[in-house]
Write a protein that binds this ligand. Structure first.
Ligand SMILES: Nc1ncnc2c1ncn2[C@@H]1O[C@H](COP(=O)(O)OP(=O)(O)O)[C@@H](O)[C@H]1O
Ligand SMILES: Nc1ccn([C@@H]2O[C@H](COP(=O)(O)OP(=O)(O)O)[C@@H](O)[C@H]2O)c(=O)n1
Length: 230
């Protein structure tokens, strides 16, 4: 049976870098669900539609021909024939993606897509990261983790990544996006059965180790329960 590891958390908490590294070490697949919301935001803009109109966004879903790889060593994101891997990280996409993510039809459509990608993985496990993986996409995942960090740490990390942008602007955008996103799904508090890893005081390697420890312990506990051992 495939081991499914669900990781949620706010922007800049380390979900994608840590999940990718952990997947690489375990020989697991890796699924970045935020990339799909970002790619749809890109597609809506490319179609000339208005991201703030739910009906236009729902219409754009019909022509949304999306694909993403699940190899943690390199995954390309495509919309139709266009490689949008880099374009979806641009601030113009980040600034509108929450408008897309708040539309229930979009969430239902993408959730079904994520579940089919999870079901078709050919590796022993898959790490899936986003905002609602532990609660909506895969609430029955083998391992469920909430990766957090203080707002200050997250803003500093994102500013370091976007070196060409003004740190104050990057921080403000991250804060606004988290506020908008958290009205739609709760990724700031751990749901029942979800283990919190706080990376504020950890470096990247320590965070990867903390996540790997949770995966090892939870998978072992799950195997004991399913094997009938008390
Ligand atoms: N303790 C840490 N844990 C995870 N990432 C860290 C840590 N310290 C610094 N970083 C850096 O912060 C950034 C986190 O970004 P990312 O993994 O994209 O987060 P998210 O996917 O949650 O938005 C990366 O550039 C990473 O190298
Ligand atoms: N499971 C998910 C993943 C992302 N999202 C949306 O997609 C956006 C981009 O997600 P992301 O994971 O790429 O963002 P970062 O945390 O990497 O900045 C978020 O701001 C949410 O609006 C979501 O609603 N549900």
């Amino acid at each position: 049976m495939t081991t499914v590891v669900a990781v949620d958390g706010p922007a800049g908490s380390g979900k994608s870098s840590v999940s990718k590294a952990a997947a690489r070490r375990l020989g697991f697949a890796y699924l970045d669900t935020g990339a799909a919301y970002r790619a749809l935001a890109w597609h809506v803009a490319a179609s000339g539609a208005d991201a703030s109109h739910a009906s236009s966004v729902i219409d754009a879903l019909e022509s949304f021909d999306y694909s993403i790889g699940t190899d943690p060593d390199g995954y390309a994101v495509h919309v139709g024939g266009t490689d949008v891997t880099a374009a979806i990280r641009e601030p113009r996409v980040s600034s509108v993606v929450s408008l897309i993510a708040r539309v229930p039809e979009v969430r239902a459509h993408l959730t079904a897509l994520f579940r089919s990608i999870i079901a078709s993985t050919d590796r022993p496990g898959i790490i899936v990261e986003g905002r609602d993986i532990t609660t909506v996409v895969a609430p029955d995942a083998t391992v469920r983790i909430l990766l957090t960090a203080s707002e200050e740490a997250r803003m500093a990390r994102r500013s370091a990544e976007l070196a060409g942008e003004k740190p104050a602007d990057v921080g403000e955008q991250l804060k606004k996006r988290d506020q908008a996103d958290s009205k739609v799904v709760d990724f700031m508090t751990a749901a029942e059965g979800v283990t919190t890893v706080d990376s504020t005081e950890l470096d990247v390697e320590q965070t990867i180790q903390a996540v790997l420890d949770v995966i090892t312990n939870s998978a072992a506990a799950r195997a004991r329960t399913e094997g009938g051992t008390p």
